[in-house]
Design a protein around this ligand. Sequence first.
Ligand SMILES: *Cc1c(COP(=O)(O)O)cnc(C)c1O
Length: 326
Amino acid sequence: MQNVTELCRYSQKKIIAVVKSDAYGIGVEYIAPLLQGLPQVEAFAVASAEEGVSLREMGIKKEIIILGGILREEVEAIKSYKLTPVVSDREHLELLKGKNVKFHVKYDTGMGRLGFTEDILIRDHRITGIMSHLSTPADREFSLYQIKKFENIVKKYKGSFKIHIESSAGIIYKVPYTTHTRIGLALYGEKPLRNYPINIKPVLELKARVISVKEIPPKHPISYGRTYTAPCKMRIGIVAFGYGDGLIKSLSNRGYLFFEGEKLPIVGNITMDMTIVDLKNSPVCVGDWITVVGPEQSFGDLARCAGTIPYEIMCNISQRVKRKII
Ligand SMILES: *Cc1c(COP(=O)(O)O)cnc(C)c1O
């Protein structure tokens, strides 16, 4: 994975690879073994103990950090599968009392989600990491405020810890006192910011087959709700990919699919299993492959079109979409 090399070269730090939510919908069973083979990836991060257990069961031996809190019923699995939970609440400390479990501590420096808001020093020999999270990496002023606040907390800890606050977007701050970055999106080739200074390369493609090509007469409506009506005689293609596969419905009459580099507008409502595109003069035939995400269009482009973020579109790609490593 060339993106790992680029990200490490930029930050000069090792990576904690974030593979939560099935590696952002890509398929963690394909992604995690690839990442595990790279020396620059020192640990993995997932949301829950359950996700951590499935990583262990697929043979992941490196450290697995559980970002999403600790529940009573997860403590046994955390211990027996040697997972590293993050303590972000007094209750988590209670749950780990007397247990031989290494953990990281999380501070809320402005994210307003998990973590201690007071900069209390927790004295516990089991602590191996200290972390925080940026809420608005695109906002330089606020991010620098969070980074400063985190620095003042980190200073109080004596010893050797994994210290991490930078995500895919946050990496641009090159925080001098952290030891690791905590990267998800950028590993998968999606840029988290418009002017991203790191040369990451797209690695994902999403394709679907054309199952019908036809001509429709003027005034003929297209799809449920008749939200589009053919202004003139037109050629349309029915693509076997709908919101049941992850193409969110808000791309109806807004988004594009591609055929050999040519932009094909989505016409009418996206349905569960099918999407209709205006073929114009494109020489598309039944059985052809249409690009949903590829060189012509990233998840970020689709997200902008739909008024959301690439993370949401990626996590929506459903299980029936077959995954393949090339
Ligand atoms: C998801 C997540 C990340 C990774 O964010 P990216 O923008 O995908 O790099 C890092 N830290 C925490 C706490 C997260 O929840």
